[in-house]
Ligand binder design. Structure first.
Ligand code: MD3
Ligand code: FE
Length: 203
């Protein structure tokens, strides 16, 4: 149930299953305060993935670029706080992968409908690349692309299913990655969507 994807990248299959009910219970409350929205790329195109955040910082994209912000630009209010049980899940997954003491200050909530995808990119808006990122997949399965240090490097395809957690740290932290278009389907808890939570230390 532990798979090494590469140096610094560890898949914990089903790690979030015991937390899934609690994770999903908190979601509607968070999303009522900070609704999912299709942010614009700096080029002005709406992203196919709908996003929100919780925690001290949220990830924002618009014509000015990508950044973390302490307020939701849609409301100018702080992002909702990171629920305590979400923090516990992130910390225990990070610890299982060798990153003791992980205390994220941001959680991105990515919502995929069938057809939504994420092009190959690096996560480089955080301050300290020594901190890992923990990702939690919920709902429909998807094919994840795990690339190299350059966009042109050949990417491994990794299926990610409901409850899977991946910890990305050390030399994997700046690897290119993306997600193939979500295939149609229906998940017993989430219906026709996939939700991905990524826990980060932004500042
Ligand atoms: C590999 N999200 O939000 S999670 C993102 O499924 C993002 O929504 C994808 O990429 C999703 O930035 C993938 C897996 C992931 C997250 C961060 C990484 C893989 C990573 C950082 C470095 C390397
Ligand atoms: Fe990413």
């Amino acid at each position: 149930w532990q798979e090494v994807l590469g140096d610094g990248a560890l898949v914990l299959r089903g790690f979030a299953l015991p937390y899934a009910t609690a994770l999903l219970q908190a979601l509607p409350v968070l999303l009522a305060q900070a609704p999912l929205r299709h942010m614009l790329t700096p080029g002005g195109q709406p992203m196919s993935v709908a996003m929100s955040s919780c925690g001290d910082y949220g990830w924002v994209s618009d014509r000015r670029g990508y950044r973390y912000a302490a307020q939701d630009p849609a409301s100018n209010l702080p992002w909702p706080p990171l629920p305590a049980d979400w923090l516990r899940l992130a910390a225990s997954a990070a610890a299982a992968a060798g990153f003791a003491g992980f205390v994220p200050d941001a959680c991105l909530i990515n919502c995929y409908q069938p057809g939504a995808r994420m092009a190959l990119h690096q996560d480089c808006d955080e301050r300290d690349f020594g901190q890992p990122i923990v990702s939690v997949s919920l709902g429909l399965p998807v094919m994840f692309l795990f690339g190299g240090m350059q966009r042109s490097d050949r990417a491994q395809r990794v299926p990610l299913a409901h409850g899977d957690v991946v910890v990305w740290g050390g030399p994997a932290r700046l690897r290119y990655h993306g997600v193939l278009p979500l295939q149609p389907g229906s998940h017993p808890q989430l219906g026709a969507q996939r939700i991905n939570l990524t826990f980060r230390k932004a500042r």
